[in-house]
Structures are given as structure tokens and as C-alpha cells.
Design a protein around this ligand. Structure first.
Ligand code: GLA
Length: 385
């Protein structure tokens, strides 16, 4: 993102130069879908698209933010944090302020201009990026003061998730905030969503991560997501385990006949998907991209047939990608019901795949896709400007 332009914008809004820039990336999950809230494993990358806040600390308890994307101002006091229905985007900032304070941190106000290039509401976690960028902005604003914020990356992700769960009111897992916080350039991040332990896994050389936004509305996402969560909890309860993380594939296969049919299918997805993450990481470590890609196809089929969160548009993207030269694997990514799919393709075939997708997807679905080649990038950070 062009930070000089943002600094100029700040100056025209607030009359002075900014002193910090805080930023955090969106994400794409390579494999491990709907496993995070079951205490399982995930393998996302942070992408080279982020949300940035350029700003300057204030000496009072006011936060004033101008969003260039929404062309709106929002102002709030750190002493009265309430929902703002006119400026929905500002609730991510308000929510973060609220949870940070409830966790005992002392915050300092700031003025900022906010801008992002993570597509909004398309499944690449612009919300998590906004939350993490806000934590970075509060960290920057308190730098060199007696109440300087020092929150490690995993803890920051937990607080951002709490802001989304409790203030914004979306019952997400930890994956999006965690990768936005702790992603690393040229690496995927395997996260153990129970212990919050993690491992950076180098991305294979010569591979492009192509993200295809179906541009189909994600209408059912919220309600179906919560329903799936409830079905997983019911499965764990019936199996007598604290969460689906606690049952091994072989045990599950022996006992799945005891479960109601729908619950059995939901649980089968989760139990096998979490194992697929471990297998995918092992494959990456031995540079076996073919096996990795096959696991992606299996993941997609499982999300489509067992977990039932795919859509005809997502299926079309995977189907088109599958037949193309140089493609190792493809799957839907994120919560599903619209949003994006991801394909791993040899660099030299990436343009051809994008062209093919741009031509074939509209024929099959009547929609125009947005296509992004993404690069694994660094997680949230701030610096002085
Ligand atoms: C959304 C949620 C994540 C995760 C995925 C599904 O992105 O925010 O926590 O549950 O769906 O894997």
C-alpha cells in the first residue's frame, strides 16, 4: 500500500503529519477448514493485502478515525464504548478498545486514517485484519509512555478474537486473528488451535497461490456457521470427548455408527480434516506438492459433501482449476457459502489459469470472479513514519 498517500491524507484530515503506521494482513487458509473451533489444526498464510492505520497519539481518551474506503469519520471516547450502527466498520476498533481495557490495559487515544486493500466481506478476513491493525495502532500510540502496551502475538490474536465474539457479535474461531498476527513472509503457519502452539512451514518455491473470489453473496454464512458449531459440539458430547480434537481418526471410524447421520458426517469432516493438516504439513516439509494438492481436493470434497458449506460457485472454481496444467490442488477457503477458493499452481501456469478462470467461471455461473495472486506475507506490525 502507498503509505506516502496515506500520510498526505492524514495531513489533510487532521492538519499535522502522522507519526505511526500500523498494519495487519488478511489471510487465505490453505487447509484445515472448520477445525479451529474444534481445537484442531489449521494451515493458513497471511497475504500481501492489509488494513493500515496511519496516525498520531492524542493526549486524551478520544479516538478519531477517518476510513477512506467508506469515506466516513467515526469518533469515540475510550470511556464510553458503544456500538455504532451508522459506522459498522468502526465497531472492530471499538471492540478492540473494549477488550483491551477489560483485560486491564491502559489505552491512549489517537487520530488515524484507515485504508485497506483486503476485499471486504469476501472471506479474506478483512475483519481480523482491522482488529489486529487496531491493536498495533494502540501499541504505537502508547509507545514510550509509562503504560506502553506489550502484548505478544498469540495473546493479541486471542484479544482480537474476543472483540469479534463479544463486541461485534460474530462467533468465529481463532484462525483469522492468529494468522493476521503471526504470519511470516514465504511461510504458512500451522496452528494448534487448542494449545495455540504454532510452527512456520516454508512455502514451496515456484508455486503461486491463486485466490478466486466467487463474488457470490455470503447470505447463509452466519447462521449456518453457528449451526455447524452446534453440530460439532453435539458430536463431541455424544462421543464423550471435550472436543472433536480428542478423538483419533481410527477411533472415530469405529464409533461413528453410534451418531445420528448428519452429526456423523459433520464430525467425519472435522476429524479427517484436522489429520489432513498434519499430513499436508508433512508433505510440504518433504517438498511433495502433489500430495499437498491432493489433500486440498479431498478437503474440498469433504466440505462439499460432509460438512455442506460449499456452493455451486465454489465447486465451479475447483472444478475449472482441476483440469488445468500446472495446478496441484484447489479448494474452497474460509467459512464457505460463497467467498473464495484457493488454488496452488506452478508459477509459469498461473497466468493461464487466471485467464481460463476469467473466461470459464462466468459461463458456468453468470458471475464475474475477482482473481488475486497472493504471496505469503508478514503478520501485523507498526513502525514510526
Ligand atoms: C471463518 C472463521 C474462522 C474459521 C473459518 C472456517 O473464517 O472466522 O475462525 O472457523 O471460518 O475454517
Amino acid at each position: 500500500m502507498d503509505t506516502t498517500k496515506l500520510a498526505t491524507r492524514f495531513k489533510s484530515q487532521f492538519g499535522t503529519d502522522p507519526v505511526f503506521i500500523a498494519r495487519a494482513p488478511g489471510r487465505v487458509n490453505l487447509i484445515g477448514e472448520h477445525t479451529d473451533y474444534n481445537d484442531g489444526f489449521v494451515l493458513p498464510i497471511a497475504i500481501d493485502r492489509d488494513i493500515a492505520l496511519v496516525g498520531q497519539p492524542r493526549d486524551d481518551r478520544t479516538v478519531r478515525v477517518y476510513s477512506t474506503d467508506f469515506d466516513q469519520h467515526s469518533e469515540f471516547s475510550l470511556d464510553h464504548l458503544e456500538h455504532d450502527q451508522q459506522h459498522e466498520w468502526s465497531n472492530y476498533l471499538r471492540g478492540v478498545a473494549d477488550v483491551l481495557q477489560k483485560a486491564g490495559h491502559t489505552l491512549r487515544g489517537f487520530d488515524a486514517v484507515m485504508k485497506g486493500n483486503v476485499p471486504i466481506a469476501s472471506g479474506l478476513s478483512s475483519s481480523a485484519a482491522t482488529e489486529m491493525a487496531t491493536i498495533m495502532a494502540f501499541t504505537a500510540a502508547s509507545h514510550n509512555t509509562p503504560s506502553s502496551l506489550q502484548i505478544d502475538g498469540a495473546r493479541a490474536a486471542q484479544l482480537a478474537q474476543r472483540a469479534e465474539n463479544q463486541f461485534v457479535g460474530v462467533n468465529c474461531g481463532i484462525m483469522d486473528q492468529f494468522i493476521s498476527s503471526l504470519g511470516r513472509a514465504q511461510h504458512a503457519l500451522m496452528i494448534d488451535c487448542r494449545s495455540l502452539g504454532y510452527e512456520l512451514v516454508p512455502m514451496p518455491a515456484g508455486i503461486t497461490v491463486l485466490v478466486v473470489d466467487t463474488t457470490a453473496p455470503r447470505t447463509l454464512a452466519g447462521s449456518a456457521y453457528n449451526q455447524r458449531r452446534a453440530e460439532c459440539e453435539e458430536g463431541a458430547r455424544r462421543l464423550g470427548v471435550p472436543s472433536l480434537r480428542d478423538i483419533a481418526v481410527a477411533d472415530f471410524e469405529r464409533r461413528k455408527g453410534d451418531l445420528p447421520e448428519v452429526i456423523a458426517r459433520r464430525c467425519a469432516h472435522v476429524v479427517h480434516e484436522s489429520q489432513r493438516v498434519l499430513d499436508a504439513v508433512a508433505a510440504l516439509k518433504r517438498d511433495d506438492v502433489a500430495t499437498f494438492g491432493n489433500l486440498m481436493y479431498q478437503s474440498h470434497e469433504s466440505l462439499r459433501d460432509l460438512y455442506e458449506v460449499s456452493s455451486k460457485e465454489l465447486d465451479a472454481v475447483v472444478d475449472i482449476a482441476r483440469g488445468q496444467p500446472g495446478v496441484h490442488g484447489a479448494r474452497m477457503t474460509g467459512a464457505g457459502f460463497g467467498g473464495c477458493a484457493v488454488a496452488l499452481v506452478q508459477d509459469q501456469f498461473a497466468d493461464a489459469l487466471a485467464r481460463r478462470m476469467a473466461a470459464e467461471y462466468p459461463r458456468r455461473t453468470g458471475r464475474t470472479p475477482n482473481i488475486y495472486a497472493c504471496v505469503a506475507s508478514d503478520g501485523a506490525s507498526w513502525r514510526a513514519v
